[in-house]
Design a binder for this molecule. Sequence first.
Ligand SMILES: [Zn+2]
Length: 63
Amino acid sequence: MADNKPATPKRCAKCGSPGELMKAGSNRFWVQCAKYGRNGNCNVIGAQMETKKQAIERWNAVN
Ligand SMILES: [Zn+2]
């Protein structure tokens, strides 16, 4: 895929930890808080999108 270099995820609006880009399969991407789930006690997670860029834009729009 020829995605443009995606922007960096903003920090979590709730706890200030970095947003981490996650991936499942070849076309499911999302951003979640670095302290999400087993890594901590934050529950902020972005919607799954088809590209890294969309996932980061989605995350940044709500954080
Ligand atoms: Zn957080």
